[in-house]
Structures are given as C-alpha cells and as structure tokens.
Design a protein around this ligand. Structure first.
Ligand SMILES: *[C@@H]1O[C@H](CO)[C@@H](O)[C@H](O)[C@H]1NC(C)=O
Ligand SMILES: *[C@@H]1O[C@H](CO)[C@@H](O)[C@H](O)[C@H]1NC(C)=O
Length: 178
C-alpha cells in the first residue's frame, strides 16, 4: 500500500518536472526561447518597409500577388510602438506576396541582434506567413555568432495590423536550438 503511494508520488513529481521544463524552454531540451516585437513601418516620414517590385498584374485590391517588399524593421523587447520601445535588433530582408488566393507572404529575413543578451548574433528566418491567421509558424534555418548552426522555429502573432497607424506590430516567439 505504502509502496504504491510512493510510486504514484514519484510519477507525479516526474510529470511536474517534465511539464516545468517544457514550459520554460519551449518544446524540448536545449531550446532557447526568445520573444521580440517586429515593427513594419510602411507609412510616415521614415518607412522601414518599401515595396521594391511588383508584377504588372499585381492587384492591390486582392492579394498583392507578385509584390516584393524590402525591410529593415526594428525589433523591440515590448509591444509598444517602435519609437517608444527598446530596440534590440533589426529584421532585414524581404517578404514576397507569394499566394494568389489569400495574403500569404514568403518571409526571408535575418534577425540581427544589436543589444541585449544576443547582441552581435543573428538568426535566419524563412517561411510562409499567412498574415490573417492568428499564429504563423516559420523556420529558423541558421544563424551566426552564438547562433551558429542554429535550427528552430518561430511563431508570429499580430499585435496591431497597422491599418490606422501604418506600423504593423507582430510578436515573434523564437524557439532556437544552437
Ligand atoms: C482585383 O481584385 C479585385 C478583388 O478580388 C477584383 O474585383 C478586381 O477585378 C481585380 N482587378 C483586376 C484588374 O484583376
Ligand atoms: C553591442 O555589441 C557591439 C559590438 O560588440 C557594441 O559595440 C555595442 O556597444 C553593444 N550594444 C549594446 C547595447 O550592448
């Protein structure tokens, strides 16, 4: 009787430890979890996202299929507007409107850290971003500095669509194995 109770207790302890490890470290051992806020400023005097190409048939009333945007977007540690937040890096690269049915982007960008714990290192992110979905998953395909040979994934959640402000704010949660 006592032995069975002890075994049950042990089992509960193991489950609790496994749960705590998962909660703190993303999904799996050796994962670093990083949260940053991505600011795509398309309007105003200092845009950080500029459309550099589009097809003759690109339709702004539809999915923008064929348009390409170059970005040098600030990454901050809080969801406030970029001007008010602490900048920890830049998201540099392009996104392409790559879907004819919905607004679906191909993201191709480096997260270049310029302050904080990861200053001097970068992560390369590539993946599909269907912007109207609540959560979008993208791949982390590599990195530099402390993130050399990194693998992982990113989850993107829109904080502010930017329809009014001209600044789209997206929370990126990165799960990195380096
Ligand atoms: C652009 O897309 C809108 C909405 O789907 C459609 O009504 C319109 O005909 C399209 N324009 C062209 C030139 O295809
Ligand atoms: C980030 O690293 C660079 C290069 O080592 C250094 O010059 C800079 O002061 C650092 N910035 C912060 C905010 O720590």
């Amino acid at each position: 009787m006592a032995k069975a109770a002890l075994q049950l207790l042990l089992l509960l302890c193991v489950a609790a430890v496994a749960w705590a490890a998962d909660d703190g470290g993303g999904s799996g051992a050796g994962m670093t979890k990083i949260k940053v806020y991505w600011h795509d400023v398309v309007a105003g005097p200092n845009p950080t996202a500029i459309r550099v190409a589009q097809a003759a048939s690109t339709n702004a009333s539809s999915t923008y299929f064929g348009a390409v945007v170059a970005i040098d977007d600030p990454l901050t540690s809080s969801p406030a507007a970029a001007a008010a937040g602490e900048v920890v890096g830049r998201a540099q690269g392009t996104y392409t409107f790559a879907d004819q049915r919905v607004i679906g982007l191909l993201m191709d960008m480096n997260f270049v850290f310029t302050a904080g714990d990861h200053n001097g290192s970068s992560l390369a992110i590539m993946g599909r971003n269907e912007v109207m979905s609540p959560v979008r998953e993208m791949s982390i395909v590599g990195g530099s500095g402390k993130f050399r040979m990194a693998r992982g994934y990113a989850e993107a959640r829109t904080v502010d669509s930017g329809f009014k402000s001209g600044e789209t704010i997206v929370e990126y949660t990165l799960f990195v194995k380096a």
